[in-house]
Design a protein around this ligand. Structure first.
Ligand code: PCA
Length: 203
C-alpha cells in the first residue's frame, strides 16, 4: 500500500518577506519511492494555522506530517523533540495576535513529544554532508503552536498519524547578514533526506 506524507511550510512573517520553509516546498518531489509527498503552506496566524492544518488532514488523510519553519540564527537543520502547551509570542503574528503565557488547549497535556523518527532523520541529513541536530525547544510562537496543535488533533482524531516539526536555518538567498544560513538547495536536500527517513519507517 502506498503511503502519504504531508509537508507544510509557513508564509513570511515579522520583518521578513521570504520564508525558506515556503520556498523549499518547490524543491521537493511529488513522490519518494512509493510515498506520495503533498505540500502545503500555512498562515503565520495562531488560529488559522491550525484550521488550515485540520482541513489538510481531513482532505489528504496523510500517514505522516512534517511541518517546517525557519529558526533564524540556527546553523543546523533541527528536528524538534518537544511541543509545549503555551502561546507566548515575542512578536505579533500575521493576524496581529500576541498572546502572553496562554495555553493552546486548556484540556491538553503540558507537552507532547514528536512521534517522528528524529534520530534517523538527523542521520540521513548528516549523511548528505549537511549539519543537523536535535532541538529541545521549538519556541513558543506559531511553529510550536502548529507542532502542539497538530499532535493534539491527531491524538484525539487520528492517533495513527505521525506528526512532528523541523526547524531550518535562514537561506543564503534571503540575504540576511551576520546570521548563519544554508543555500536553499542544501535545505531542500536536507528536507528530502528527512522525508526519506520518515518514509522508511512507514512500511
Ligand atoms: N517560524 C516561526 C513561525 C513561522 C516560521 O517559519 C517560528 O519559529 O515560530
Amino acid at each position: 500500500m502506498s503511503m502519504k506524507i504531508l509537508v507544510t511550510g509557513f508564509e513570511p512573517f515579522g520583518k521578513e518577506t521570504y520564508n525558506p520553509s515556503l520556498e523549499v516546498l518547490n524543491l521537493l518531489p511529488d513522490e519518494i519511492g512509493d510515498t506520495a509527498i503533498v505540500k502545503a503552506v500555512l498562515p503565520v496566524v495562531r488560529y488559522e494555522s491550525l484550521e488550515r492544518m485540520q482541513r489538510l488532514i481531513e482532505q489528504e488523510k496523510p500517514d505522516a506530517i512534517l511541518s517546517l519553519g525557519v529558526a533564524g540564527g540556527r546553523s543546523a537543520v533541527t528536528p524538534e523533540r518537544t511541543a509545549v502547551n503555551i502561546d507566548d509570542f515575542r512578536i505579533p503574528d500575521n493576524g496581529g495576535f500576541q498572546p502572553v503565557d496562554e495555553r493552546i488547549f486548556a484540556d491538553g497535556p503540558d507537552a507532547y513529544f514528536t512521534v517522528l523518527p528524529y534520530r534517523q532523520m538527523i542521520r540521513a541529513i548528516k549523511d548528505r554532508g549537511i549539519a543537523a541536530s536535535l532541538s529541545e525547544s521549538a519556541g513558543t510562537f506559531v511553529c510550536n503552536h502548529v507542532f502542539y496543535g497538530t499532535r493534539y488533533y491527531c491524538e484525539k482524531n487520528h492517533p495513527h498519524i505521525r506528526s512532528g516539526f523541523m526547524h531550518i536555518p535562514y537561506a543564503q538567498e534571503q540575504g540576511i547578514k551576520d546570521s548563519p544560513s544554508l543555500a536553499l538547495s542544501e535545505i531542500g536536500e536536507a528536507v528530502r533526506a528527512a522525508l526519506s527517513a520518515i518514509a522508511d519507517t512507514l512500511y
